[in-house]
Design a protein around this ligand. Structure first.
Ligand code: KG4
Ligand code: ZN
Length: 313
């Protein structure tokens, strides 16, 4: 039987990523250019610059993808491109590239939702047993998602202000550690004590909020230099996770689900993973994660979603 190939394209934020998915399960190859290094000096993504960088990088990423493999663009059956939500200028670059390929090579193109694609990122290594309760935590978005089946999901909880990753990035910047902040805070926290009083943020059952934490930490500890960076990192991390894990716990209590899933860049954090393992044990649910390279934005999850949409029975 002929193989079925999907080309997945991701450009909704600061990663330009292309991947080829074979028969809806195998990741043949992925090439990702991340602008993380570029944005280190800015302390965060600058949308206008991100889209210009996509323009510079996209052709190289595409060419590298087809280097040294025996698949060519002529073998691609469908192009899937992530088009929402995200930075408009960045999305346009990926979409225009996809449309150009589609016209030149006469390949069908499908636009997919970036958040939906994240939900599929653990599917290469795990068998999904729906319904699933998912925690989707990155720099651009933080949501609790009731993932009903492959095609249907409902965002039942979200942040009222900053995303979880953004809170890590901002606290890291206030401590002058670096960008992206997550790994810096996680490492520094290993050397600190989690004993600084933190505000008790009140939000509804599945909602969360991080901008109050950030301001409190800055005014109470960082500006007056009243605590060590290590203790600030440890205390912030502990409270930031406790807050969101409580909301995730509420969602698991209220919905009947078979599995728990955590996706997005913050899912790389070991302390968060440990907290979620404890939670999963308490609820006797299986907890699944994507592999590290698929926890951040990538073309593979976009291609996989494209496959399922195109082959929906
Ligand atoms: O999914 P992602 O690569 O990009 C977005 O779509 O935003 O997530 C990046 C975010 C950044 O805010 C970064 O600080 C955070 O994920 N992050 C972490 C860790 N690694 C990355 N946050 C906490 N701990 C980590 N180890
Ligand atoms: Zn994302």
């Amino acid at each position: 039987m002929k193989n079925y190939y999907v080309l997945g394209i991701e450009s909704t934020c600061d990663e330009t990523s292309f991947a080829i998915i074979k028969n809806g399960k195998e990741l043949v190859k992925m090439v990702t250019n991340s602008q993380m290094e570029f944005f280190k000096n800015y302390g965060g993504v600058v949308p206008e610059l991100a889209s210009r960088n996509h323009i510079k990088n996209i052709m190289y990423v595409y060419e590298e993808l087809f280097e040294n493999i025996d698949i060519t663009i002529k073998d691609i059956d469908v192009i899937a491109v992530a088009t929402e939500p995200g930075l408009k200028g960045s999305i346009i670059v990926g979409l225009t590239f996809a449309k150009t390929l589609s016209i030149i090579h006469n390949i069908k193109i499908i636009e997919v939702n970036h958040l939906h694609a994240h939900l599929l990122s653990a599917m290469f290594d795990n068998e999904y047993k729906f319904p699933i309760m998912a925690l989707s935590v990155s720099g651009g978005h933080s949501n609790i998602v009731y993932f009903k089946n492959l095609y249907e999901f409902e965002i039942i909880g979200h942040t009222l202000d900053d995303s979880l990753g953004e809170a890590f990035d901002k606290v890291s910047m206030m401590l002058e550690l670096g960008y992206p902040g997550g790994p810096y805070i996680e490492n520094l926290a290993l050397k600190g004590k989690n004993d600084l009083p933190m505000p008790n943020v009140q939000t509804s059952r599945y909602e969360f909020s991080y901008s109050g934490f950030k301001t409190f930490i800055n005014q109470k500890y960082i500006i007056p230099k009243l605590a060590s960076p290590e203790d600030i990192a440890a205390s912030f991390q502990e409270h930031a996770f406790k807050h969101i894990v409580k909301k995730f716990d509420n969602a698991i209590c209220d919905y009947d689900v078979n599995q728990l899933l955590v996706v997005g860049g913050v899912s790389a954090n070991k302390v968060l993973q440990e907290k979620l393992k404890v939670l999963a044990k308490k609820h006797r649910k299986e907890l699944i994660f994507p592999p590290l390279k698929l926890s951040t934005d990538n073309g593979a999850m976009v291609g996989l979603l494209g496959y399922y949409i195109e082959n929906k029975k």
